[in-house]
Design a protein around this ligand. Structure first.
Ligand code: KG4
Ligand code: ZN
Length: 342
């Protein structure tokens, strides 16, 4: 018998992107993302401004998602929203909107953990896709998090290691800032790195036990390196931007791949997935493809639009929870610190 169709409207507002999506079961009908440009001039996300921009964006973004999906709100089966982790002022906008809409339409409300969603984005159905089977390893690499997670089931996850200081996306963004590049610098480092020599300059890798990461030392060594070189030649950065970016990116990718390899060795699990904004990086995508050939791993890389923050990934978790009947009631509150499985 054909499974009945469920339409889930999902809302993501954890940081500086306001996003809404409509899914029909596991397929995405629309996924609208409004990126807040206002933060660029401040070199990073300003929480108060993010919250205000979410308030302005949320109604038009939700309207657009419904219109693009060609779905009337009366057809919706449930509303899913990001409960956390994230910026409290930003989370509150999506949470209150989702709660009121679910109440008004008298349909179930489903809370979603943003970091679990980055992992479960792999279960969104689309063409030419292979889906990891359980158990698999997921490395979540974003602006706020860096973790290696053992995924035992959709909702049973174990964090094997994580960053002790900066997240990997922060390492990209802060390095870019030191080079005078605008926020968010990660995609720009990626762009310049493709034109440069990854071995032009050498940066030290941190020594951290087990599967944990550290990125704050790298930032400091890049700062000292740039200060030293620009004292000799004030135009050093602009002359060598491609090589600097390639070398910084190479060091970051070495750190990530070393720990991933260690996790594979420790667990004996050879299925490896990545998720989060940094999973959009062309270098890490290539390194995973190389690992398929050279190390015999099966690797899973989300479509580009499901790497950086988006509501489609919230929607797939919404659907999986809908199937389980895991609904929230109107007393649910946003949670700025919200661990995986927490
Ligand atoms: O997952 P995400 O959109 O938001 C968070 O939940 O944090 O991740 C944003 C991070 C930013 O640090 C951004 O610079 C980084 O992902 N990022 C990239 C690339 N695209 C986004 N970093 C390196 N290369 C990219 N192509
Ligand atoms: Zn994210």
């Amino acid at each position: 018998m054909e499974k009945s169709k469920k339409y889930i409207l999902s809302i993501e507002s954890s940081c500086d992107d306001t996003s809404a999506a409509v899914l029909c079961n596991k397929k995405v009908l629309s996924n609208v993302v409004a990126t807040q440009e206002i933060h660029k001039q401040y070199g990073g996300v300003v929480p108060e401004l993010a919250s205000r921009a979410h308030q302005q964006n949320i109604v038009p973004v939700v309207h657009q998602a419904l219109a693009k999906a060609n779905i009337d709100k009366k057809q919706l089966s449930a509303i899913a929203f990001t409960r956390g982790p994230g910026l409290m002022g930003s989370l509150l906008v999506g949470t209150s909107f989702a709660k009121s809409l679910a109440l008004g339409l008298n349909i179930p409300l489903i809370e979603v953990n943003h970091m679990e969603a980055h992992i479960l984005a792999h279960f969104i159905e689309h063409d030419n896709q292979s889906i990891p089977s359980f158990p698999f390893l997921a490395m979540t690499i974003s602006g706020g998090h860096t973790q290696i997670v053992k995924v035992i089931d959709h909702f049973q996850m174990e964090v094997l290691g994580q960053t002790l200081d900066d997240a990997v996306g922060e390492a990209f963004d802060k390095s870019a800032k030191l080079m005078g590049l605008p926020y968010p610098g990660g995609p720009l480092i990626d762009k310049y790195a493709q034109l440069g020599n990854p071995h032009a300059y050498e940066f030290p890798k941190p020594k951290v036990d087990g599967l944990n990461f550290s990125f704050s030392g790298l930032k400091t060594s890049i700062l000292y390196f740039l200060q030293r070189e620009t004292r000799k030649d004030p135009d050093f950065i602009s002359k060598h931007i491609n090589d600097i970016c390639a070398s910084v990116q190479y060091t970051i990718l070495e750190i990530l791949m070393e720990k991933l390899q260690m996790a594979v060795n420790q667990t004996g699990i050879h299925q490896v997935a990545i998720g989060g904004g940094v999973a959009a990086n062309s270098g890490i995508r290539q390194r995973l493809k190389d690992a398929e050939e050279n190390l015999g791993w099966s690797t899973f890389i989300p479509k580009f639009e499901y790497c950086t923050d988006n509501a489609a990934m919230i929607g797939i978790v919404g659907y999986l929870k809908y199937e389980k009947g895991a609904f929230s009631d109107q007393s649910i509150a946003a949670k700025a610190r919200y661990a995986i499985g927490g």
